[in-house]
Design a protein around this ligand. Structure first.
Ligand code: SAH
Length: 278
């Protein structure tokens, strides 16, 4: 990559055809650009989303006809679709291109990995569709650097991996223990050093790591729990689906110690937020 290429923000065209030169060996980042962009924007070193030999082998072992469905070009096509759907933040698009969504999905469903659809991850839960992941993170970032982010609803860990490329520190809470463990298993080989997974009830937040300048909910409640509002920095942003049958995406900004503004963005559809652990 030339220095010119490294400048942030990146254009979409600069994201294409990036090879992993200089990263020889088993652990090979597929795309160098997002990490560079993150580093430039956040002023710190962010670990690269890495692909292990095992994961490379898993992809290589897929039946021939499935191979193209998980290739880099399919992920690039997904990013072009996200862009056409209105996602503008180049850092978010770069992160979506870098994270290999198919590695978070059970083998039988891998063919759907880059379709814009939510996909079952077990325990009646789903991995959110790429558009909504990108949209929520774009709204959370608002074009600025994110320092400490809390995600409620780790699920399979996909969104946490995307967040790890746009924020300095990511904390993610999951209430269903086997899913918390699944996310651990999925993320471990990627060696992402800035994500902390927590098993517990995310409705209580994570007071030991608060305050957060970004909070993102991957499950819909009838309202956003006060504990989460209290754990935001002043100026912090929270994005959450709110509602039961009819849900909307809400942006909450903490504008003062006792003041929050609420903005309704668009309709959405998420699994429900539940109290307690399972
Ligand atoms: N971000 C996830 C999406 C998972 S779906 C991904 O990328 O895969 C939403 C998740 O929220 C489910 O796993 C569900 O168990 C979890 N959830 C619901 N209520 C919760 C709560 N109170 N605390 C933590 N997790 C919760």
């Amino acid at each position: 990559m030339t220095d010119k290429d490294k400048r942030f923000p990146l254009t979409l065209s600069s994201l294409t055809n990036k090879s992993a030169r200089g990263n020889a060996g088993a652990v090979t980042p597929r795309v160098a650009t997002p990490q560079t962009a993150t580093r430039n924007a956040a002023g710190h070193v962010v670990p690269v989303v890495r692909v292990t030999e095992t994961q490379e082998r898993r992809a290589a072992e897929l039946p021939q006809r499935q191979q193209p469905l998980v290739s880099d070009s399919v992920r690039r096509a997904m990013v072009m679709r996200l862009s056409a759907q209105g996602i503008k933040d180049t850092m978010v698009l770069a992160a979506m291109e870098a994270v290999q969504r198919h590695l978070f999905i059970e083998p039988g469903l891998v063919a759907q990995a880059y379709v814009d659809a939510s996909i079952p991850i077990g325990y009646h839960q789903t991995i959110s569709k790429p558009y909504i992941v990108a949209r929520m993170i774009e709204v959370l970032r608002n074009g600025g650097a994110l320092n400490r982010v809390l995600e409620i609803g780790t699920g399979c860990g996909y969104q946490a991996a995307v967040l790890s490329l746009v924020a300095k520190e990511v904390y993610s809470i999951e209430r269903i223990r086997p899913l918390h463990e699944l996310a651990r298993t999925n993320l471990r080989p990627m060696r992402i050093a800035n994500v902390r997974l927590q098993y517990g009830d995310g409705m209580l937040g994570l007071s030991q790591a608060a305050p957060f300048d970004g909070i993102i909910l991957a499950a819909a409640g009838l309202e956003v729990p006060q504990a989460l509002l209290d754990q935001m920095t002043i100026g912090g942003r929270l994005v959450a689906p709110v509602g039961a049958r009819h849900q909307v995406l809400q942006l909450i900004v903490r504008v003062g110690k006792f003041d929050w503004t609420h903005t309704t963005l668009e309709d959405c559809h998420f699994v429900p937020l539940h109290a307690g652990t399972a």
